[in-house]
Design a protein around this ligand. Structure first.
Ligand SMILES: Nc1nc2c(c(=O)[nH]1)N[C@H]1C(S)=C(S)[C@@H](COP(=O)(O)OP(=O)(O)OC[C@H]3O[C@@H](n4cnc5c(=O)[nH]c(N)nc54)[C@H](O)[C@@H]3O)O[C@H]1N2
Ligand SMILES: Nc1nc2c(c(=O)[nH]1)N[C@H]1C(S)=C(S)[C@@H](COP(=O)(O)OP(=O)(O)OC[C@H]3O[C@@H](n4cnc5c(=O)[nH]c(N)nc54)[C@H](O)[C@@H]3O)O[C@H]1N2
Ligand code: SF4
Ligand SMILES: [Mo]
Length: 657
């Protein structure tokens, strides 16, 4: 029997440390690493069942070649040699006809490990001359908005929330999406901190708040400007910090002047008195901490919301204090220690870049050259990208050759010409930078790959060999690749303990008043609120946030310990709205717009405000009607910054059928 230390690869802020018990080459037990400083021995309702995922009878264990219509999910087994030969023939032929840019690599955040997220793929696709992508499904809008104000992606260490006396969880469902941070929040409360949650949905986190504020979706910039209005007019700013460390303050004051608490009240649906109280308490309680992740970014005005939020700790000087400041993703803290750029190829100048988030448009627009070869790994775009109906239409194209690397036959893999079997995290080596705490995780290989599955790194070695791509990097093993990228990290300690705390982790961000812009200041100017555009024919704003503790994006709903235990997808509607439409609890309703319509059971509730509906995200087609999921309804319009997705700018009508 041996114990192998590892780190969760999921796109989740917690990046928990685990230990796998291996008996005779079989993983028999998996549990949290009790010495991990953040996750402290606990995993979660998703990963507590990870070994069922690893040994699931539904795993893809050999290469598969399509043997039916695209999307039908009919495949025959093939050998690796056969699959690679087919890929080389089909993709090579397309490159010969259209040039390398006809190839599109599409990889999302299914694996956050340094190597398995992105390493050898960069060299491989550069050698083919493939198109590149820009933007992301997650985080890029929040980051761009926040960095426009602070000049950097660096934000406060979330665990320092335990020192706060006032905590705002702003558009983040901590107990569901960031569960290992919750004990730190509770510690702050035990020391007398007040907990405020600002969310259009009364989530399980909001239920636990001392004060729940429920603005209309997408109105946060108006709310923040009204807070500034109160803070400035009541003389509650930190004058020394503003004078020394902020630029654009006069401009911020002019914007905020227009946003009296009364005007914001009618825009946001929050009482003016509440806005005044919130602003006063935030500005006068020190330290005050704002925690946010990505909840508010998924809309056309999303970047501006994060730009506005970052002004609040600056004008009040909350950055100065341990337990103050603003925390979002802390991924940027790892940049000095984990240098992924060692995998970058020499940039081929002028190669085209396509919008990552608009896969449906990219596959159906007339581009020159068209995308005729698509490689997907670490993602399930049919379920996770917006406007899924268009994604499917693109994937159905006869002239498109699609390769998907997967652990399971997802709704995306069903459209593949070739599926390549992928390992799970306990079957390969990696290091995992976190975005919700400051510990770098080690991931040891606990068992041999199941069936003929291979790690992403090994897949790109095989593809490189098959395409005749010569590059010494492909000769290196995964341990060597890890060591190439680490800077100033004790790699022996990392492997032995399973994690290393970042050496810069005690830094109190911006306490010295030096921000990331060239002038060292925090730019609080340029904050403007743009109202959310409505749609008269579709009176409900549709939110589709994470709602299930047993799901991680689209990664678990299909497994027996997950989907069935969460029940079925549903639409949550405000009780008064439902009554007006003659909709009762459990009635079957049609939720539709010009893109698609879904048939769902209605849940009447006051968790959502009037005019707001919510459908949980993460269910596959089979859990709906077999051909659609919630992202068939969602908007694939652009965001103001960061190349993200305006999922929540989706308007629908709801009617009983
Ligand atoms: N159980 C579980 N945990 C997860 C995931 C999962 O799928 N399941 N996914 C992981 C991933 S990839 C990520 S990025 C994180 C995301 O973590 P979070 O950002 O915490 O999660 P979201 O559900 O995207 O959004 C959080 C909240 O934002 C609210 N929101 C929507 N629009 C607005 C708005 O305009 N203003 C405000 N103030 N709030 C708004 C939603 O109602 C929601 O409750 O969670 C991670 N953790
Ligand atoms: N409507 C709506 N849509 C959303 C969101 C929302 O809140 N609402 N949230 C958005 C957010 S925040 C995110 S992050 C995205 C997530 O969207 P995706 O990044 O597409 O994430 P997953 O759905 O988890 O799919 C990851 C896939 O990668 C596979 N995988 C895992 N590890 C490996 C590996 O090592 N190798 C290979 N080859 N495959 C692997 C898994 O089996 C899984 O099928 O969804 C976004 N879409
Ligand atoms: S999914 Fe998140 S909470 Fe669960 S084990 Fe992985 S990192 Fe931890
Ligand atoms: Mo995400």
């Amino acid at each position: 029997m041996r114990i192998v230390l590892g780190t969760c690869h999921h796109d989740c802020p917690d990046s928990c440390g685990w230990e796998v018990t291996v008996d005779d080459g079989v993983a028999t037990k998996m549990r949290g690493n009790t010495s991990h400083p953040f996750s402290q021995g606990e995993l979660c309702p998703k990963v507590n069942h990870f070994l069922e995922r690893v040994y699931s009878p539904d795993r893809v264990t050999t290469p598969l070649v399509r043997d039916g219509a695209k999307g039908s999910g009919r495949f025959r087994r093939a050998t690796w040699d056969e699959a690679l030969a087919l890929i080389v023939d089909s993709v090579g032929d397309r490159i010969a006809r259209h040039g390398g840019e006809t190839v599109l690599p599409w990889s999302s955040a299914g694996n956050q490990g340094l190597l398995q997220m992105s390493s050898l793929d960069r060299r491989f696709f550069a050698a083919l001359g493939a198109s590149t992508t820009h933007g992301a499904l997650c985080g890029s809008v929040a980051k761009a908005g926040y960095a426009a104000t602070t000049g950097t992606g660096m934000s406060t260490d979330p665990t320092t929330v335990e020192h706060a006396k006032h905590v705002i969880l702003w558009g983040t469902n901590t107990r569901l999406t960031n569960r290992h941070l919750w004990p730190f929040v509770e510690r702050a409360r035990a020391n007398g901190a007040k907990l405020v949650v600002i969310d259009p949905v009364r989530t399980i986190t909001a239920e636990m708040a001392d004060w729940f504020i429920q603005p209309r979706p997408g109105t946060d910039t108006a709310l923040a400007l009204a807070m500034v209005n109160v803070i400035v007019s009541e003389g509650l700013i930190d004058r020394a910090f503003v004078d020394g460390q902020a630029s654009g303050f006069d401009d911020l004051c002019r914007s905020a002047e227009e946003w009296t608490p009364e005007r914001a009240a009618s825009e946001c649906g929050v009482a003016a008195d509440d806005i005044v109280t919130l602003a006063r308490e935030y500005a006068t309680t020190t330290p005050a901490f704002i925690r946010t992740l990505i909840g508010a970014e998924h809309r056309a005005n999303g970047g501006m919301i994060f730009r506005a939020l970052a002004c609040l700790p600056t004008i009040t000087g909350q950055w100065r204090h341990l337990g103050g400041g603003l925390s979002r993703s802390v991924g940027s803290w790892f940049n000095d220690f984990v240098d992924g750029s060692v995998f970058d190829p020499d940039r081929v100048p002028g190669v085209r870049s396509l919008p990552f988030t608009q896969l449906g448009q990219v596959l159906t627009d007339s581009l020159a050259p068209p995308v005729t070869a698509l490689f997907v790994w670490n993602g399930n775009p049919v379920i996770t990208c917006p406007n899924a109906a268009l994604t499917r239409k693109g994937l159905e194209r006869d002239d498109l050759f699609t390769v998907v690397s997967e652990q399971f036959l997802t709704d995306t893999a069903k459209y593949a010409d070739v599926v390549l079997p992928a390992t799970t995290q306990i079957e390969h080596v990696d290091v995992v930078p976190a975005w919700g705490h400051l510990n770098l995780g080690w991931n040891g290989k606990a068992i041999e790959p199941v069936g003929e599955s291979v790690a992403n790194t090994e897949m790109f070695r095989r593809l490189a060999r098959a395409f005749g791509v010569a590059d010494p990097l492909f000769e290196l093993g995964d341990d060597d690749l890890v060591d190439m990228a680490l800077r100033g990290i004790d790699s022996v300690e990392l492997r032995e303990r399973g994690f290393v705390r970042l050496p810069n982790a005690d830094h109190r961000l911006f306490a010295d008043g030096v921000f990331g812009h060239a002038d060292g200041k925090c730019d609080v100017g340029g904050i403007r609120y743009e109202a959310v555009a409505g749609d008269a024919h579709h009176p409900f704003v549709l939110l589709s946030p994470k709602q299930h503790s047993r799901f991680l994006n689209s990664s678990y709903s299909h497994l027996p310990a997950h989907g069935p235990r969460e029940g079925r997808p549903y639409v949550e509607v405000n009780t008064e709205d439902a009554v007006e439409r003659g909709i009762g609890e459990g009635d079957i309703v049609r939720v539709g717009n010009d893109r698609a319509s879904l048939t769902l059971a209605a849940r009447l509730s006051t968790r959502v405000g009037r005019g707001v509906a919510a459908v949980p995200f993460g269910w596959w087609d089979a859990d709906h009607d077999g051909t659609t999921s919630v992202n068939d309804l969602t908007s694939d319009g652009p965001t103001d910054m960061g190349g993200g997705v305006a999922y929540h700018d989706t308007f629908v009508d709801i009617a009983r059928i």
